[in-house]
Design a protein around this ligand. Structure first.
Ligand SMILES: [Zn+2]
Length: 472
């Protein structure tokens, strides 16, 4: 089943993703909205005796879409089961999930490197309530329960243990989020995504330790690094590693023992008697299949093949749906390589600096096309273009009008530039001599001086060529 057991480190993930539906999985309560505790609840999601769950069709569609997109085999029947457990986060003392036959079996997701990570299953289940403690979990004498989350639709995605490092696990999560946002089944800003990780190392004979409830990319990577270090330390001391479940504490960057591992049999699964078994027919499947868009990994290949993009540019343009959409609008009118280069190096630089994302942009493709056209036709210098991108973060305006109004058009007048070059040559005799005797850095210095003199409005390439010609 698993050919990875020669690897130094073996990691498998179970990821819970909140599906972006309007209402909860088995009742009509809103799945998002008021954060006031216990205001989005009804007898069904509170588990009152006698209340009956009714399946939210939208949740089934979103989950099935995911299965099809990752080439998972869609089950022909939707069967729910009760997973019995006693804990205040699930007031009916069981969780409705899928056990016998998951919605999707198998499937695969590709990492950035091209490595294929197999999926074991993907299934639908309801989210439990959230618990909060006035102090830490151990120090508190009581806990508070908020049932707003209880009954939210989740898709649980279980990978094969085929990830070989914390970096690969982080990349997997990245690829997964890209797929989820492309499919529009997950709200990246408000939705919850949590991972449980199984980790084992060669030295212990691959005894699995599970870490529960890790949120976010950085947390996942940090938790794995910490747990691998703990296991290696134990192994080096000749101590035995226990099969157990551990919790992750991001404050101390350590994992701690929660319980020694229970097995699936301990949960006493039974088929959910209150929900009918639903047939998933070919028509449903074919209709959903048509709604699956070209995903990031396919886009990357197409961008490289069709536009000869640099592979890094292609990846950056494709991974995020909103950026890819903007890029594709822009390249209808601007050279793709130039657009990709500017969008990756400058647009994203400025966004990152301002801690903003593509959706926060105050301008749209029209302003960007105008700006990139000015660059493409050498009307403005790179420095001017950079400045305009920074200004566009504050408010939208027409780059063309801005350049005209502020007289920022690049000096393409040969004679004016020649004058500047002669002036700098006469003022920097030593640098000129250095360049003549083979020091290319001196040329850069001289070009820099001309750029300064032109207030950044000259083209550095043009100045460099004129400089060489005049010195000759
Ligand atoms: Zn409800």
């Amino acid at each position: 089943m698993n050919n990875n057991f020669t690897a130094e480190i073996v990691i498998g993930l179970e990821i819970h993703v909140q599906l972006n539906t309007k209402t909860k999985l088995f009742c009509g309560c809103p799945s998002q909205g008021s954060s006031e505790p216990n205001t989005r609840c009804c007898p069904i999601c509170l588990g009152h005796p006698g209340s009956r769950p009714v399946l939210n069709k939208e949740a089934l569609q979103l989950a099935a879409k995911f299965c099809l997109a990752v080439h998972s085999n869609l089950a022909s029947q939707l069967i729910f089961s009760r997973k019995s457990y006693f804990y205040p986060d699930m007031s009916k003392n069981f969780q409705i999930t899928q056990f016998e036959e998951p919605l999707g079996a198998g499937g695969k997701i590709f990492l950035k490197s091209g490595k294929e990570i197999g999926l074991i299953r993907a299934h639908l289940e309801e989210d439990p309530a959230s618990l909060s403690y006035p102090l830490s979990m151990k120090q508190s004498s009581y806990c508070l329960i908020d049932y707003n989350r209880s009954g939210n639709p989740l898709i649980e995605i279980v990978t094969r243990p085929e990830l070989a490092s914390p970096e690969e696990a982080r990349d997997f999560l990245n690829q997964l989020i890209s797929i989820l946002t492309y499919l529009k089944i997950f709200d990246v800003n408000n939705g919850i995504i949590k991972a449980d990780a199984n980790i084992s190392i060669r030295e212990s004979g691959y005894i699995r330790v599970e870490i529960k409830n890790i949120t976010g990319f950085k947390e996942l990577e940090a938790a794995l690094i910490s747990e691998i270090a703990r296991q290696k330390q134990l192994a080096s001391e000749g101590k035995k590693i226990q099969q157990e479940t551990r919790g992750w504490d991001s404050n101390t960057n350590t994992t701690h023992l929660m319980r020694t591992k229970e097995t699936e049999a301990d949960y006493g699964y039974i088929i959910e008697p209150d929900l009918p078994i639903i047939d998933i027919d070919t028509e449903f499947k074919e209709k959903l299949q048509l709604e699956i868009p070209e995903l990031a990994q396919e886009k990357i290949k197409r961008y490289i093949r069709t536009y000869q993009l640099d592979p890094v540019d292609a990846e950056v343009m494709a991974m995020e749906l909103e950026l890819a959409e903007l890029f594709e609008k822009v390249i209808a009118q601007v050279k793709p390589q130039l657009a990709a280069k500017w969008m990756r190096k400058e647009l994203l630089r400025v966004l990152n600096y301002n801690k903003k994302s593509i959706r926060d942009l105050k301008f749209n493709e029209l302003e960007l096309i105008e700006l990139l056209t000015l660059i493409e036709h050498h009307k403005i210098s790179d420095t001017t273009a950079q400045k305009i991108i920074e200004e566009l973060m504050v408010k939208a305006f027409s780059p063309k009008e801005y350049v005209a109004k502020n007289k920022l058009e690049q000096i393409s007048d040969d004679s004016e530039l020649r004058q500047f070059c002669r002036k700098i040559i006469s003022e920097n005799k030593t640098a000129v001599e250095d360049y003549k005797s083979g020091n290319d850095k001196s040329l850069n210095f001289l070009v820099g001086q001309v750029m300064k003199l032109s207030k950044g409005k000259a083209s550095p390439q043009m100045v460099s060529e004129l400089m060489k010609e005049i010195i000759k």
